[in-house]
Structures are given as C-alpha cells and as structure tokens.
Design a binder for this molecule. Structure first.
Ligand SMILES: Cc1cc2nc3c(=O)[nH]c(=O)nc-3n(C[C@H](O)[C@H](O)[C@H](O)COP(=O)(O)OP(=O)(O)OC[C@H]3O[C@@H](n4cnc5c(N)ncnc54)[C@H](O)[C@@H]3O)c2cc1C
Length: 400
C-alpha cells in the first residue's frame, strides 16, 4: 500500500472532501476561495472526473445528451486538488482515508459528502433485475435498453418525484412503450390540490398508467409482484423506491442514524467526531421541523456552510448554526410540461404553484444553475451564501 499524501508540512491544515456531488462541489469551491491566502490544502476525492447531474438523469435515461461537466477543469487554478478514486475506508482515529484500497490520504478536517444511492437491497430482485438512476452509466444503460425495446411495458417502481419524472420522460420519448408507475403513495402526495391535479393530468395525457396504494414486493426477470395484487408483466423495471447511504461512516465509528447518515450538531460537525463535517444526503441534519431529507436545494447550502465554518475555525472563530428552509419542489413532466410547488420552510405546500411553460422554464433554470454557481463561487464565494434560513421553522432551542 502506498501513501500518496503523507502528513502535511508543518503548519499546513489538510481538508479532505469526500464526494464531489452537489454538496461536495459547493464545499470545495467555497473552501478553496475562502482559504486561498491561508496555509490550507484542500483535496477533493470523487469516483468520477465528470460531475453527475443527478437532477437530470431521467434525460440521460431517455437518450438525451447532457453537457460534459469536468470537475478537475472547474477546480483548476482554485488551489483545490482533485483525486479520482473510490473511497474504501475512513479511519477516524488515525484521520486517514483509503482510496481504491491502495492509497492513503491524511486529513486534519474531513468533509463527508458521499451522497446516497437508490436502495436496491430492501426489495428482493431489484439488485438483479431492475435499472436505477444513480449514475450516468446506469441511466445510459437504461437508455440503450429502451431504444432497443421496440414495444413492451416499462414498470417504474416508486411513485415519489424521481419516479414521476422518469415515468413522464420515458412515456414522452417512447410513445411506443406502455409505462406503468407503481407505488404506495399518490404521485405528488406532498403537493397542494391544484399542483397534484396538474401532475396527475400530465401523466394521464402522456399515457402513464398509475397504480398506487400498493407496494412492489419482488422484482422478477419479467415483471413485478405487488402486495396483495398479483403480478404485473414488465419488459423493463426502473427502480426509484427510496435511497440508502454508504456504510463507510458507520464502519468508521462515526455516530450515524438508523439510515446510516452521519448525525451532525447544529453546525454540521459530526456529534462524535467534531473534526468531521457531514453534508448533503450523507448527513442527518436536524432543523426545527425535523431532519432534512436529501435534496439538491438543501445539499448545496450544507456544503457552503461547512466550508464557511472550516474557514472560520481556522481563523480562531466558532462555527455558526446551520439553518435552512425549503422553498420549492420543481418537477418536470416531460420536456413540455412541469409543476413547481412552492413550500413553507418545513417543506409543506403553500397555496402557490406554477404549471405549464412557466414551470418548465423555472425547473430548467434550477436544474442548470449548480455548475455556473460553483464556477462563480471560485472567485466570489459570498455569492453562494444566500438561501432561505427558514425563520421560526428552523430555530433549535438547544442549538449553539
Ligand atoms: C433521478 C433523480 C432526480 C432528482 N431530482 C431532484 C430535484 O429535482 N431536486 C432536488 O433538490 N433533488 C433531486 N434529487 C436528489 C438530489 O440529486 C440529491 O439530493 C443530491 O444529489 C445530493 O447531493 P450530494 O452531494 O449529497 O450527493 P451526490 O450528488 O449523490 O454526490 C455524491 C458524490 O460522491 C461520489 N461517491 C459516492 N461514494 C463514493 C465513494 N465511496 N468513493 C468516491 N466517490 C464516491 C458519487 O460518485 C458522487 O459524485 C434527485 C435525485 C435523483 C436520483
């Protein structure tokens, strides 16, 4: 085993950021910009050099090309180093991270942002027989299969918003296919009546059959078994039913919640290891209204906040409390329709929503914004520090 990055030179503070997703990229660009003049070494580790636009993987899954977003190119000149590799272990005692089982990187401060992936373990058969939307490779494999199918049935398992977006996109791009969306909850269950009705009408217009109130119990090579409702034949199954996180944090002895997410204090530091910050989907971050659920809209602020906190502590100041309030739920319904539900900070629906062309424009603007935001933050870090703090919804009585 070789050690590619030994203990730092005297006085150098080594910050290691694991994961260059929506949250990790925000942390990396912010931290590089805020510590440029300081004796800080920022290193970012990610499985791929290309940024995965998870928000748009349903486009990749239907053969639509996305722009190439090269992480090393964006970080070039910022002072942050990029390491391509797969994190295989974290040693929280020795403060090291193992990459590809062959390299060891040391840290003084760790930013843990390894995100989440589709939960393929809970329902039997998903792992073997279903497609997922976790990476450009997964989505590309689905696109190839759909393009070769000719005719047949695609079952989308999971009626959350990822399932809705995927079902709508597949139905629009492949009118020759029958698309069935199956899940426990009604599509758009967290939206107000108008937004939910619009979403449902769009699915009907696109020919998506919706089966709700039932769970997929098994995925078979040629279909799915439904709880108490028999078997549904399928040529292709796409699974979007829930997410899980990497087991690395738990294996390292960090305090995690029942889903394996790193439990943080109010400033985003691990409650068991304060030299570790946890961000994005990999973190269990409590606000006044409950624990954040994984989204890009909350993930990017967590990355920014961790970077600001690290920069503050390096200047001898205390990190501040993280506060975030949700403000919208934008959902694409194919390329020509969308719905945007505006929300209260606790993610409950407000009366206002957008539909149709205005919603399409809104959704596309939001989905396209992260990459230019990272680029802007490399020179103007303060430009990324604006997000709704959530007012009374996010106040924690016992927070520092
Ligand atoms: C299809 C789909 C659509 C979505 N649409 C929306 C939406 O419209 N709005 C919204 O707010 N949210 C949406 N989400 C959720 C959103 O994508 C996530 O909340 C967001 O990606 C979380 O950001 P993150 O940085 O925590 O993790 P990620 O973006 O998942 O990034 C984690 C990074 O870590 C890397 N990584 C993981 N493990 C390792 C390892 N062991 N070694 C090295 N690298 C590793 C991954 O390759 C990845 O680059 C969607 C998700 C999906 C799947």
């Amino acid at each position: 085993m070789s050690t590619s990055q030994g203990p730092g030179t005297a006085g150098t503070h080594r910050v290691l950021i694991l994961g260059a997703g929506y949250a990790g990229m925000a942390a990396a660009t912010q931290l590089a910009a805020r510590t440029r003049q300081a004796n800080v070494q920022v290193t970012v580790v990610n499985a791929q050099e290309r940024f995965t636009e998870r928000l748009r993987l349903h486009l990749t899954a239907t053969g639509q090309r996305l722009a190439e977003m090269d992480i090393p190119e964006l970080l070039a000149g910022t002072g942050a180093q990029f390491v391509r590799g797969w994190v295989t272990a974290v040693d929280a005692h020795a403060r090291t991270v193992r990459i590809d089982d062959s390299r060891v990187l040391h840290y003084d401060t760790l930013v843990y942002g390894l995100g989440s992936v589709t939960d393929t373990a809970t329902v039997p058969g998903v792992e073997e027989h279903a497609y997922t939307l976790d990476s450009a490779g997964d989505a590309g494999a689905l696109a190839d299969r759909l393009a070769r199918l000719g005719c047949g049935t695609v079952v989308v398992g999971g009626s959350g918003l990822t399932g809705v977006e995927a079902a709508a996109e597949i139905a629009e791009r492949h009118p020759e296919l029958d698309v069935v969306l199956v899940g426990r909850q009604e599509p758009g269950a967290n939206m107000n009546t108008k937004a939910r009705a619009h979403l449902r009408a769009a699915l009907t217009r696109l020919g998506v059959q919706v089966i709700t109130g039932t769970a997929v119990t098994t995925v078979l090579p040629d279909g799915v078994e439904l709880a108490g409702a028999g078997t549904l034949a399928a040529d292709v199954v796409l699974w979007t039913g829930g997410t899980r996180v990497s087991p690395l944090a738990a294996a390292a002895g960090l305090t995690v919640d029942e889903r394996g997410r790193v439990v943080t204090d109010a400033t985003l530091r691990s409650v068991s290891h304060p030299e570790v910050y946890a961000i994005g989907d990999a973190a269990a971050i409590r606000q006044g209204y409950g624990v954040l659920h994984g989204t890009c809209q909350s993930g990017m602020p967590t990355g920014v906040h961790a970077a600001v906190s690290i920069a503050r502590t390096l200047r001898g100041k205390q990190p501040r409390q993280f506060r975030f309030g949700y403000y919208h739920t934008p959902v694409s319904l194919g390329r020509n329709d969308a719905v945007v539900q505006f929300t209260r900070p606790d993610d409950s629906p407000r009366r206002g929503c957008l539909t149709g062309r205005t919603a399409v424009w809104y959704k596309e603007t939001v989905s396209a914004s992260p990459w230019p935001t990272y680029r802007r933050m490399t020179t103007m870090p303060s430009s990324g520090a604006f997000w709704p703090r959530g007012g009374r919804f996010t106040r924690l009585r016992d927070a520092r």
